[in-house]
Design a protein around this ligand. Structure first.
Ligand code: SF4
Ligand code: SF4
Ligand code: SF4
Length: 458
């Protein structure tokens, strides 16, 4: 998708212009060439229009899409409702050619015609699939390290199939994978696939709507999430606005809610104030405060590692089951260790010592399409561990031996003599010991350590 039309819908500009602002910022940073077309109307909204007048529903959707086709573009929308309406019209009018022709006759005086040639995308689809989550994540100046996030997809991004075919309609994972690549820890929770219930509000069922909202928010609270991420303004309305209503009624819940683009914009370095995050009804301040603290932990990680590379590797995971060690020892999960580093858990990863299980066999590097590999990450972790108090005794001892003798094994002269071989020339170990003495004498405890191979002479 090069240049494309953006369809904002009516809810975002009317009620949540801060979502529009963040989405524009992110699209600009990602090089989107967007066109905003004149003449668009409401998509229209399904609950209020389709049930009342299916003909008006499909005519309006076809007209909105025909404007995009006339401009020779594809269309992207940040709204689940608009996406669902367009995908449904796209699918329905592809098979119901009588209705399509009837609508086209109606559109003809407007010099418009809908043929169904265009591609329809949702903002989340554009980020996760069309651009690629790994690429979008790699541009983050401040990854979402240390943050526990939950995702609410919203029904209309996923269903009904076959009109909508983006992710698994009941077990979606794409937004979670993207947020993981951004460094967050994504929390699965029992009510993830439960509808937000916002449509009940629109048909006068306020209490039922709030019950849906409350149900999910308490589930999120029990799972100790730092924020809920949504990809739809109607879902945002339900979990932000209606959560605030529940708070006013003394409900004990406090879950900040972000539209996906807002989180990306924050990670790209935009200030909360320039994005209008203070317009959220549920304060995002606890999230921002915790995120700020987490950055300190992460500074240690970025001092030692190329975090962008770690992020790419963690988003990929293509070779995670090919490591020979994890085939024998399922507790060694190399990509999970990289994920923990991205979340700033370096002290824990180092102290557990699992990096020493990496054989440095370079299988991962050979398999890696980008020749990244994971061996270098684990080598670095070993170095950090050994520079402190960590690492297996055997490794520390061998290192001390090497510093002292310049070798890890003395020649078995008696066995060599039996085989008719004379003594080898004198070792240059004393040279190594002398060269390394300044750095090693004070902290390795090398003196008095037997060479690793010394016991072979018995
Ligand atoms: S789905 Fe909702 S926000 Fe989107 S255009 Fe329709 S009514 Fe407006
Ligand atoms: S180098 Fe380490 S992480 Fe990579 S495949 Fe070998 S043992 Fe596994
Ligand atoms: S080493 Fe390469 S193939 Fe394996 S997970 Fe990392 S980036 Fe992907």
């Amino acid at each position: 998708m090069g240049e494309f039309a953006v369809f904002w819908g009516c809810t975002i500009p009317a009620r949540f212009p801060f979502i529009e602002k963040a989405t524009r910022l992110v699209m600009g940073d990602l090089g989107a060439q967007i066109r905003e077309l004149e003449g668009h109307t409401c998509c229209p909204e399904g609950v209020l229009v389709k049930g009342t007048d299916e003909d008006a529903y499909f005519t309006t959707a076809a007209r909105n899409l025909a404007l995009v086709e006339k401009a020779g573009l594809d269309v992207m929308t940040p709204c689940n409702g608009c996406y669902s309406t367009f995908m449904e019209a796209h699918s329905h009018l592809a098979t119901d050619w009588r209705m399509r022709e009837r609508i086209n006759e109606r559109l003809a005086p407007e010099n418009l015609r809908y043929d169904g040639r265009l591609k329809i995308s949702h903002f989340a689809e554009w980020v996760c699939d069309e651009l690629g989550g790994a690429l979008v994540a790699s541009k983050a100046k401040t990854p979402l390290w240390g943050m526990r996030l939950a995702v609410h997809y919203g029904c209309h991004l996923l269903r009904p199939q076959p009109a909508v075919r983006w992710d698994d309609p009941l077990h979606p994972t794409k937004v979670e994978s993207f947020l993981t690549a951004m460094g967050a820890r994504v929390v699965d929770y029992p009510t993830k696939m439960q509808c937000c219930g916002g449509a009940l509000d629109r048909v006068g069922e306020r209490e039922a709507s709030l019950a849906f909202c409350r149900n999910k928010l308490y589930d999120l609270k029990a799972n100790e999430v730092d924020a809920l991420v949504v990809v739809c303004p109607s879902c945002f309305q339900q979990f932000d606005l209606n959560q605030a209503a529940l708070q006013r009624a003394n409900e004990d819940i406090d879950i900040p809610v972000f539209y996906l683009a807002e989180l990306i914009a924050l990670a790209y370095g935009y200030e909360p104030s320039e994005m209008g995050l203070d317009m959220h009804r549920v304060s995002v301040r606890p999230f921002l405060d915790k995120w700020g603290v987490a950055q300190g932990d992460k500074a240690a990680v970025s001092k030692e590692f190329d975090v962008a590379l770690l992020g790419k590797c963690y988003a990929c995971q293509a070779c995670k089951d090919d490591c020979p060690v994890c085939k024998i020892d399922p507790t060694f999960q190399p990509t999970e260790m990289i994920g923990r580093l991205l979340r700033g858990e370096m002290d824990g990863v180092v102290s557990e010592g699992a990096a020493f299980k990496c054989l440095e066999c370079f299988t991962c590097q050979e398999l890696c399409h980008s020749h990244i590999g994971m061996a270098e990450t684990f080598r670095k972790l070993k170095e950090v561990a050994l520079a402190g108090e960590g690492g297996p005794d055997s490794v520390r001892q061998a290192y001390a031996t090497f510093l002292k003798t310049g070798t890890l094994g003395a020649p078995r002269e008696s066995a060599r003599a039996k085989l008719g071989m004379g003594p080898l020339p004198a070792s240059g170990g004393d040279v190594i010991a002398r060269l390394m003495a300044e750095e090693s004498a004070g902290d390795t405890g090398a003196a008095g350590v037997e060479p690793v191979g010394a016991g072979c002479e018995e």
